[in-house]
Design a binder for this molecule. Sequence first.
Ligand code: MN3
Length: 242
Amino acid sequence: MKKENSRREFLKKSAMATLAGAALRLTGNATLANGMYSTAGDVFILPALPYPVDALEPHIDAQTMQIHHGKHHQAYVTNLNRALNEANIDKTDLERILEGISKYSVAIRNNGGGHYNHSLFWKLMSPTGGGEPTGAVADAINSTFGNFSTFREKFNAVATSRFGSGWAWLVIRDNKIEIGSTPNQDNPLMDVSDLKGKPLLALDVWEHAYYLKYQNKRVEYIQAWWNVVNWEEVSRLMLAKK
Ligand code: MN3
């Protein structure tokens, strides 16, 4: 009984923390509207998933989402805050930190990248996603790659061949779109990255993103992921000023 009470208390506290996080997100820096910033609290926070943990089933399973968001992403947030606190670095602009990442510690690089990349990744999936893009995104893909299926094949090849842990990206730079990948939690904003540009599409190919459902079959995970790609968000990122 006592155990049950303390569990209830814990859940209540968690719910309140989530609400507090939501309030901070509303008042914080809304540059990316990703919920990753909290200037009001001077602390980075785990953004809430924009859908329930089981919403991407059967393509991305609920348990993977729960652990990936609640444990892995939370750890990047916690460790990023800790590393920035220890180095006495201001937490108001993650993008600026990433752009000059060569000047920071490995902990800030890994956890700052981890926080940024995952904050994007959740929003780039949707239970109503999948299919093909329209409008400006479709135009850019068709003029750069010829057609959507060629684009998809090239993206798959890059995502499949990234050795070990990393990310596959579609980025835009000087009005040109490009496919590429980065190791670990690096991303195309970082000065240390070979691939540079503003991310439009991001795919996590770390094993933690798919191992529970797909085990070692990264190709099957990637195939499934196309069914939940949020093209509306890709379009929003492409058309956004910054
Ligand atoms: Mn991940």
